[in-house]
Design a protein around this ligand. Structure first.
Ligand code: KG4
Ligand code: ZN
Length: 341
């Protein structure tokens, strides 16, 4: 990391390609969103019931240049107007990450402008950075997605420390795997959320790991096994499925929020930020709002389209770093795994 003086780029290009969505955004130096595009890969992966890494990286390769061009048109910017580049460089599928990072590096080199590699989790945690209701650090952050269910402490200098995480499946993974058993298309989280709207959340009871234990870790594999047994044993008709989905997401939401409450009492930090695809879930959002009201905690919830993967979150995390004078050399690494998640 190079430490250089304060910088506020006139316009910044951000790319997020760590998994199956190819996302590009252009923001101005004040954080205003000039364009925000996501090319979803749901269709090519759907027949396989999950993400196929080889297909993902090839799809990124096909799409990225077109998406960047389109993002400039929508933003009303020419490539020459861009003064900085940000790209997710970890963690994720290595082939997918490489496509975004190589494109971003090539762009930065061609225009001789600064670049930053951004951690995907930092992006989720700072998806709302710069918005009026986004808290000043320190704050606690929940990232619940397809790959993570983790609690972080973000200190006054935006240093991120892992407090607890799932020991097996992530919450989004549980949604997706249980959804598959129910015959729902991948990714199933949103589908379950939709079905749950007509369901009774108190009809089925699922197990919750570490419920009464003094740990900030999660575990969702027991829930998945219990759900599988229930699905194998019974015939679920429309209303049963709705009740099942409502009960399932209530269980996951309560499990996630219980550890936030514990983290608040352990750390004394009262501001809470949520991020990651699962924080688009309606039950989790209600549970978080209820926690805020009952325990008088300021809770920041991004709009649902900023919970799932997007490039605005990478742009915002990068803008904060650019403004404190940071940039990377062009040879910064791209890594599939990372140290603090
Ligand atoms: O953050 P994200 O877009 O990608 C990762 O970084 O993993 O999260 C994707 C995950 C998937 O598991 C998806 O099923 C889940 O977020 N998800 C949801 C909802 N929307 C997306 N889970 C529950 N309810 C939702 N509304
Ligand atoms: Zn994500």
């Amino acid at each position: 990391m190079l430490d250089l003086p304060f910088m506020e780029p006139k316009a910044l290009l951000a790319i997020e390609s760590s998994c199956d969505d190819c996302a590009v955004a252009v923001l101005n130096g004040q954080g205003e969103i000039l364009s925000d595009l996501v090319h979803s890969q749901i269709e090519p992966h759907a027949p396989f019931g999950g993400i196929v890494p080889e297909i993902a990286s090839r799809q990124h390769l096909f799409k990225i240049a077109e998406l960047v061009r389109e993002s400039f048109v929508r933003a009303g910017q020419a490539p020459r107007d861009i003064e900085a580049v940000a790209v997710t460089n970890q963690p994720g599928l290595i082939g997918s990450l490489l496509v975004g990072a190589q494109f971003a590096k090539g762009f930065a080199q061609a225009l001789d402008i600064p670049i930053l590699g951004i951690h995907h989790i930092e992006g989720h945690l700072l998806a709302g950075w710069g918005e009026p209701n986004f808290p000043q650090p320190p704050f606690l952050g929940l990232v619940a997605s397809g790959g993570h269910s983790s609690l972080y402490h973000v200190d006054a200098d935006y240093e991120i420390r892992l407090l607890g995480q799932t020991l097996d499946d992530a919450a989004g993974e549980a949604f997706d795997k249980i959804g598959r058993l129910l015959g729902l298309p991948y990714p199933a989280g949103k589908e379950i959320d939709g079905l749950a709207k007509k369901g009774d959340p108190n009809r089925f009871v699922f197990p919750t790991a570490f419920k009464h234990q003094d740990t900030l870790n999660y575990s969702f594999s027991g829930l998945k096994t219990a759900a599988r047994r229930m699905i194998e044993r019974s015939q679920y008709h429309e209303q049963d499925r709705a009740d099942f989905c409502a009960s399932l997401q209530k269980n996951i939401a309560e499990a996630l929020v219980a550890k936030i409450r514990l983290a608040v009492s352990k750390t004394g930090v009262r501001n809470v930020v949520a991020g990651g695809g699962v924080s688009a879930n309606s039950a989790l959002r209600s549970e978080l709002i209820a926690l805020g009201a009952s325990d008088h905690l300021p809770i920041y919830l991004p709009p649902t389209h900023r919970c799932v993967d997007n490039a605005v979150m990478i742009a915002r995390a990068a803008l904060r770093r650019f403004k404190s004078g940071e940039r990377h050399r062009l040879d910064f690494p791209v890594e599939a795994s990372s140290n603090w998640c």
